[in-house]
Write a protein that binds this ligand. Structure first.
Ligand code: FPP
Length: 255
């Protein structure tokens, strides 16, 4: 019987494992806002980029664990459209992370049948980042296991505006009747149209906001926040989030 854990109010979770996951009720799609890399580094007297580097290693652990649990889609907010405002050195480092990650981890992703995909405006990423990501997408495109979906240069408002523009131009050209547009029509033009909606949204580091992440797609997701900084996130923290999710009553507006 899964335990109902309260809001986790500590920075460094210890692997206390008296909890149990109900393996018949794993969220199909988990979306994560990986926050707190900079503060983790600062606490340790390290430069911010050390937090991002550690955060990348945590991504590897979490991907492995989510895939082992049978999660179908894991969407990770790796770089937002607003993150370009950071100092150039930090942006350059963040843009190298997918390259490093895939150089060291792509063989394991291939072996574990994981499929890499992205959401966001990929064309505006530096060429080396695009190249690494495109190669990973290509080399894993026939895999049938978990979708590892990186949100890279992603902003939800921008996504919604782009869909609106596309639909408006179809209406203007007489290809589409305005009153035939439904939620399904709109959904079918989103980056995530081929994926199931997120069931669980996790944000680390104590912040409790969406920061322009999947605003449409998260309409019925369960939210789980933890004080843990992303570089301190472990398989156990993911278990806690899932166990908490498993104790929610999802009513989708019904009773
Ligand atoms: C937010 O923490 C984190 C980011 C903007 C970057 C997230 C990236 C990773 C965790 C690595 C991604 C790995 C791959 C493979 C792409 P912050 O810097 O805003 O932290 P702070 O709020 O404490 O300053």
């Amino acid at each position: 019987m899964p335990l109902n854990l309260p809001f986790i109010n500590r920075r460094d979770p210890k692997p206390e494992a008296e909890t149990e996951i109900d393996t018949t009720n794993i969220p199909k799609h988990i979306a994560i806002i990986m926050d707190g890399n900079g503060r983790w580094a600062k606490d340790k007297g390290l430069p911010r980029i050390a937090g991002h580097k550690e955060g990348m290693d945590v991504v590897k652990k979490v991907v492995r664990h989510a895939s082992d649990l049978g999660v179908e889609v894991l969407t990770l907010y790796a770089f937002s459209t607003e993150n370009w405002k950071r100092p150039k050195k930090e942006v350059d480092f963040l843009m190298k992370l997918p390259v490093d990650f895939l150089q060291t981890y792509l063989p394991e992703l291939v072996e574990n049948n994981i499929r890499v995909q992205t959401i966001g405006t990929k064309d505006l990423l530096p060429k080396h980042t695009q190249k690494a990501v495109d190669e990973a997408i290509h080399r894993t495109e026939n895999n049938s296991g978990m979708v590892l979906n990186f949100a890279l240069n992603y902003g939800s408002r921008n996504e919604i505006v782009e869909v609106t523009r596309m639909l408006a131009s179809k209406v203007e050209e007489g290809e589409l009747a305005a009153d035939s547009i439904t939620e399904e029509t709109f959904n079918s033009y989103l980056y995530t149209s081929h994926l199931c909606e997120p069931d669980l949204l996790i944000r680390t580091s104590g912040e409790q906001r969406l920061s322009n992440f999947l605003l449409w797609q998260l309409a019925y997701a369960e939210f789980w926040f933890t004080e843990v900084y992303w570089p301190s996130f472990t398989e156990y923290t993911l278990n806690e989030a899932i166990i908490n999710y498993q104790n929610r009553k999802r009513r989708y507006g019904g009773v």
